[in-house]
Design a protein. Structure first.
Length: 114
């Protein structure tokens, strides 16, 4: 096979087309890499902001809301106070009954004046 000008031209054209295609592929990869880096930086910034906000929210919840154990303790204290009030009301009823019984006994023992 002899090397002719047309063959050299064809080989140069194929190599040029392959080089152009390679350059386009490389530029697309660089562009995609740059876009991915920008998206990753944006996502990292958003994650940092959200982590800070989550930490602040956790502090707010810890300061504002009651834990289950704390609620149990408070309910227990309230129930003890209610039992004390119930006992006090029961003793008041017994005292009132004694007072009323004493008045009716004294009223029945007194003779009526005419």
């Amino acid at each position: 096979m002899t090397i002719t000008a047309e063959l050299v031209g064809f080989i140069l054209t194929v190599c040029g087309a392959g080089g152009a295609l390679w350059f386009r592929i490389e530029s697309a990869i660089r562009s995609a890499r740059a876009d991915a880096m920008l998206a990753a930086a944006t996502a990292t910034a958003k994650a940092d902001v959200l982590a800070t906000a989550l930490g602040e929210f956790r502090v707010h919840v810890a300061e504002t809301y009651v834990s289950k154990q704390g609620l149990r303790e408070q309910v227990g204290q309230v129930m003890d106070l209610l039992r004390d009030v119930q006992n006090d009301v029961g003793s008041v009823n017994e005292r009132l009954d004694r007072v009323i019984e004493g008045r009716t006994a004294r009223g029945a023992a007194r003779p009526k004046a005419s």
